[in-house]
Design a binder for this molecule. Structure first.
Ligand code: ATP
Length: 553
């Protein structure tokens, strides 16, 4: 499984889907750039979402709000005080991790704690750190890159987060009183190390400053004048000096929608039930960046905030859970690898009355790709209370603050899920020794390149028809490339299978006589001969298949 994922990532780099950001400078951790094919795939997923939620409906409009968000907005929404994850440091390995995602302790057959170092040298260094600083005089043995901590007892090894137990170690000298370590139900994920700090909340937002004068200079000036002050007052002064220019890179696109609620209602004459869709970048200073583009500090969200009268919120929550799941399945080769998971009460924000994640079975396990939540009137009420904004809807007999059903989907995670879903390796029946060839069976609507037009040779007599065919496809807005390299036609097909191009159109000698061409299907490898003027309609029909069937009924 891991090998397959590595092959997929290698393909993404090799064929221009994904690059490490600033690679020639050694890269930036967790930052990725989308290459020529990646940008198309991402755009096609986004367009499919936008078509479905905005163009195919008459109750949803779009919006594009600022990434830089004032302090007041995010204070009111609760993000400044509460948008935190818990953070723990390992005092042995110096790794930082989220305790809610960390595994429970592993014991060997003798009940000892094995700590796995990356190599023998590190194991020796860690041994000294444990003996000299972290747990002097406990009994331990080192075998290669594994350090075994001899454990006398563990109180409740199956602790849930939040509970506290104890690990008691055997001592080198039996007369010494035993060394005891607090155990919170988790260890450092990579090594099984139990040497951890207490957990502390860590705000995920990126803060920056909207100020023409370098705010750091201003802070230095101000704090220097207060040399005698103790450090906490310096910190308070620093915050005070920076406050007027503090802004945040938004951690979700949703708040921009809420603060514009009244403007949209007024300018577009909308009445609940109606929705506002927004697509754009969000930023989170994640504790742990993982699995390529699965968790990155900068990512894109496709968000829909759907406003409904309070009495309808449960039924619309149900409606959107089903509707969104349907969208995911429609584009999947393997629908069984997508599932919905309802949040338990303790996973949900205090104001939410329901939340269902859509999850995909990535090579490392199930991972969230989207959350659909019934957020009640919390967001709008918070902004009313802080600004006095008029977010109430007046109807004949009553007035109310609408409830919000939110669907929040990660575009980059969607791209990764659909790449994993589409990735197929096919063995050559006649040559089992050959590495399998790759076919990306992406939904044709998502495929970066829709058509490759291939003249059999590069001879000038093929030019005119090649260009006519390419133009007839390009004028429909389909990304079409002309492949006239010297490679054999079969090789050229395989190169396009690898990047998910659904159709290759070949112009051969017969084409020059009767203006027919062949169209080859990526998934069946079947070829069909037809007049070149028919190609456009055939592809249009294939692309429309399954798209918004309810509109066409
Ligand atoms: P997780 O539990 O994985 O951190 P979350 O519950 O914090 O995710 P939400 O706040 O519900 O995520 O955000 C909505 C969607 O935005 C997620 O379903 C995911 O697809 C996407 N998303 C959130 N954080 C990131 C990130 N750091 N990198 C990429 N996508 C993200």
């Amino acid at each position: 499984m891991a090998q397959k994922f590595r092959t997929l990532l290698d393909l993404c780099r090799r064929r221009g889907f994904l690059y490490q950001s600033a690679e020639i400078y050694g890269g930036l951790r967790g930052a990725y750039d989308y290459g020529p094919l990646g940008v198309e795939l991402k755009k096609n997923i986004l367009n499919s979402w936008w078509r479905r939620h905005v163009y195919y409906r008459d109750d949803v409009v779009g919006l594009d709000t600022s990434i830089l968000t004032p302090h007041h907005v995010l204070k009111a929404s609760g993000h400044v005080d509460e948008f935190t994850d818990l953070l723990v440091d390992c005092t042995l390995t110096k790794e930082r991790f989220r305790p809610d995602k960390a595994p429970q302790i592993t014991l060997d057959k003798d009940g000892h704690i094995p700590i796995l170092a990356p190599n023998k040298e590190t194991a020796q260094i860690w041994k000294s750190t444990i003996e000299e600083q972290l747990a002097p005089n406990i009994k331990l043995t080192v075998k290669g890159n594994c350090i075994l901590l001899h454990t006398a007892s563990i109180m409740n090894p199956d602790l849930k987060n939040g509970q506290v137990g104890e690990i008691t170690f055997e001592m080198k000298d039996d007369n010494q009183s035993p060394f005891i370590l607090k155990y919170h139900g988790y260890v450092e994920p990579n090594t099984n190390s139990p040497f951890l700090t207490d957990s502390r909340p860590f705000n995920l937002m990126f803060k920056t400053f909207l100020d023409p004068i370098d705010p750091i200079d201003r802070v230095i000036q101000t704090t220097l004048q207060q040399k005698e002050s103790i450090s906490s007052t310096i910190r308070a002064t620093v915050d005070e000096v920076l406050k007027p220019s503090t802004v945040y890179l938004r951690p979700e696109t949703a708040q921009g929608v809420f603060v514009n609620f009244e403007q949209v209602v007024r300018s577009m004459k909308m009445k609940p039930p109606f929705g506002i869709a927004q697509v754009g970048k969000s930023f989170r200073n994640e504790i742990r960046l993982e699995h390529g583009i699965f968790r990155t500090p900068e990512f894109e969200q496709l968000e829909l905030e759907y406003f409904v009268p309070p009495s309808h919120s449960n039924s619309y929550f149900d409606y959107w859970r089903k509707e969104r799941f349907r969208w995911w399945l429609e584009h999947a080769c393997h629908p069984e690898n997508f599932r919905q998971r309802d949040h338990t009460k303790d996973e949900m924000a205090h104001y939410a009355s329901g939340c269902t994640d859509v999850e995909y079975l990535y090579p490392w396990g199930w991972g969230e790709v989207e959350g659909v939540a019934n957020r009640g009137h919390y967001d709008l009420t918070q902004h009313i209370q802080n600004t006095g904004a008029n977010f109430k809807i007046s109807e004949e007999s009553s007035s109310y603050v609408p409830h919000v059903i939110e669907s929040s989907c990660g575009l980059n995670r969607a791209m990764l899920a659909y790449l994993c879903d589409a990735f197929h390796q096919i063995e050559d029946e006649n040559d089992k020794g050959k590495p399998p060839r790759i076919v990306l069976k992406l939904d044709p609507r998502f495929a970066p390149i829709k058509c490759a037009v291939m003249p059999l040779t590069g001879k000038p007599e093929f030019n005119s028809l090649t260009q006519k065919v390419a133009r007839s496809l390009r004028c429909k807005g389909w990304y079409t490339v002309v492949e006239s390299q010297k490679l054999k036609i079969g090789k050229r097909y395989y190169r396009h299978d690898e990047i998910g191009t659904p159709w290759c159109i070949t112009i051969d000698y017969q084409s020059l006589e009767d203006e027919t061409v062949t169209i080859r299907d990526r998934d069946t490898c079947k070829q069909e001969r037809l007049h070149w003027k028919e190609v456009q309609q055939v592809i249009a029909d294939k692309l429309m298949k399954g798209e918004a069937e309810e509109l066409l009924d």
